[in-house]
Structures are given as C-alpha cells and as structure tokens.
Design a protein around this ligand. Structure first.
Ligand code: MN
Ligand code: MN
Length: 365
C-alpha cells in the first residue's frame, strides 16, 4: 500500500468513514498512480480502512492499470456490462452495513450519486475533497522534480515565443510556432489553451488569441503551461515589441515590483493572504488597484489550479513543500495588459522560483 493511500485510510479511521469512492481522474491518479480520462465511462477507486482497495475501469484499460504499477484488485468491465453491479459485489465481499462514505462532492454527478445511495442505503455521504486537496498541496521530491521539468519546458516555450514575434505576425501564428516547437521536444499536452495576446487584447486577463497582428509598440503577453508526467507548469511573461510608451513602462514596472515582492514574502509561516496583500498593496499604491481584478495565484500540480488559493482573505499558512503561482497583473482597457507569472516551491528558507525566463522587460527588436 502506498503512503498516500495510508494517509487517506488514517483520515477515514479518524472520521469513521468506511468507504472512500474516488472518481476524478486526478485523485484516482494521485492515489493509485494510474491516469485515465474515461470520458462517460466509470473510473473509480474504492478505499477501505483495512480491506484491500479496488480500482474499477473500462476493461480495455486493465493492462494499462497493471503497467502503471497498481498491484491491488482491478475490476475491468466491458461496454455491455453494468459496472455498478460489479462494484456492488466487490463491496459486499468486504463490508456489510456501511454508515459513512466519502466522495468528491464537487466532482460526483447526480446519476452516480443515485447509484451510490442505492448501494449504501441510509449511509451518510461526506466530502473527500478537502482532505485530498490538503494531501496534494504538499509536494514530495519526486513531484517537485517533475514540476521542475514542466517549468523548464515552459521557459523554453516563452523563449520560442519571443523569437517568433515579427511585424505583422498574428497571435495565432506565434502560438502555433510555440506549440509546434514543444511537440518537436516530445510535449503532448499543454496545461490549458495557450495564450498569445497583443496590444489591447492583452488587457483582458482571460483573452482569446486570434487574428490580431502584432505591431511595433505592442506589449505581447504569453500565458502557457506544459504537462509532464501528468503535472502542470504555468508561466506568464509580457514582452515589448519595439519601443513602448511611458505609461506601458510604468505598468510593467509596477507589476514586476509587486511580483518580486510577493516571491520574497513567500516563506513558511506567512499566510496566503499576507502574500497576496504584499503584491496588491504595491499595485494599489501605484494607483492601479482597480485594474488588478484577480487573486495573486494558485497551487499547481496534477491540476493547473489547486490549493493553496492565494487570495487576500485566505488565512491558510504557507508550508514547506507547497507549489504555487505568483501572477499579479494590471489590465487597463485600451491601454495595456501586463501579467508576470512564476511557479514557486516553498523551502524552509523561502521561495525557490521554478520558472526562470527573465522578468526584466524584454524588448524584441
Ligand atoms: Mn497562467
Ligand atoms: Mn496561473
């Protein structure tokens, strides 16, 4: 039994939970080492306090489960079998009269919940999410190494993006060149849809790249991430194409100052709120407070957004082993959008910055 399952079992014992029925691909992967996107088919990991856990998956994936290293029971089902009957039988073999079941309430759908309430008549259903988020929040050495690789590829992507900026190129053309270069390096998946936004388009924090042409005097914003062995990186850099005006420069300098201060403030013992406020105060003092409309950052790992959430109200205490982003931004409609985002790892001494592409304003000629 792996350490993660043991930690979940200890939590189940403390809370009188007899069964955890885990159905999200991310948490099944975290606990079992097996990743699959089963689409509409059922993928689930059933964990018990003492009895052997089992993994339910489409029959065609049983071989992949075995080669992923999962050496406990696997229940494969064909497209003409009802997986719930198999689940029922396997649970009955282990337990009778279940009182408390943990599920992922944010992930579970109603159809599946009805199956489970029929299976565990009268049982209480509690959330497993909070516990799993806390477990996933602290990364081990192996996870850190993978995230570092994903960050190195993200740095490379920004480097390629900068070299592809040319007069008259569209956002999509540059984006395409970046993803092509990554595929040449063996990357199969991005953390999310890559963003290349130029000029006024960059003033929307979640803009859509399109046919807009890059012009001299534009600030060009890249936001992208690379998936390595199921772990995500997430980087943003904003660069200048040719000379930019004083206002754009002032906005850039303010974001950079806020970003550096928040990295510096990140260490064990401070709260997420204190880190957010460090950056927010600098942006506010410069007169741009209303143009920084989102949280400072988010945890990063198997999911591109996970715990901790770096908001100005989150009293969660930062601990060694956390990985999160620091990404302040200023978006002045019609003028400029600037965001600078790093992924950091918390050590006993403070932040280790994992994304290393330079943050001083890069001017592309
Ligand atoms: Mn990002
Ligand atoms: Mn991010």
């Amino acid at each position: 039994m792996n350490q993660r399952l043991k930690k979940l079992q200890a939590w189940m014992k403390e809370n009188g939970i007899e069964v955890s029925f885990i159905t999200s691909s991310e948490n099944v992967f975290y606990l079992s080492g097996f990743f699959s996107n089963p689409h509409e088919r059922l993928l689930a990991l059933a964990v018990f306090q003492e009895e052997e856990p089992f993994l339910v998956c489409p029959g065609m994936e049983v071989h992949d489960v075995k080669s992923s290293g999962w050496n406990q029971e696997i229940i494969g089902y064909s497209d003409i079998e009802n997986p719930w009957e198999l689940v029922h039988t396997s649970i009955k073999k282990r337990l009778n009269g279940v009182q408390k079941v943990a599920i992922e309430k944010e992930h579970m759908n109603v159809e599946r919940f009805e199956q489970l309430t029929a299976l565990f008549t009268g049982a209480a259903f509690v959330s497993a999410e909070e516990k799993l988020r806390k477990l996933r929040m602290i990364k081990d050495a192996k996870e850190l190494k993978i995230i570092e690789e994903a960050c190195a590829l993200a740095d490379y992507a920004i480097e390629v993006g900068c070299s592809e900026i040319k007069e008259g190129r569209t956002e999509l053309e540059v984006l395409n060149a970046v993803e092509y270069a990554l595929k040449q390096k063996g990357v199969t998946e991005m953390s999310f849809s890559t963003m290349v936004l130029t000029g006024a388009n960059a003033a929307s924090p979640h803009g859509n790249p399109g046919g807009t042409k890059i012009q001299k005097g534009d600030l060009v914003l890249f936001d992208l991430g690379v998936v390595v062995d199921r772990y995500c990186s997430d980087i943003t850099r904003t660069v200048a194409y040719g000379d930019i005006n004083d206002k754009q420069k002032e906005i850039y300098d303010t974001v950079l100052k806020a970003q550096l201060a928040a990295v510096e403030a990140s260490r064990p013992g401070v709260t997420a709120a204190e880190v957010d406020i460090t950056a927010r105060r600098i942006i506010g003092d410069a007169g741009y407070g209303e143009y920084f409309p989102h949280r400072l950052g988010h945890g990063l790992g198997i999911s591109v957004h996970e715990y901790p959430s770096m908001t100005e109200t989150n009293q969660l205490v930062i601990e060694e082993g956390m990985v999160y982003t620091i990404e302040p931004g200023i978006y002045v409609p019609g003028v400029a959008g600037v965001r600078i985002e790093d992924d950091i790892y918390i050590t006993a001494d403070g932040a280790k910055v994992l994304t290393k592409f330079p943050k001083e304003l890069q001017i592309i000629r």
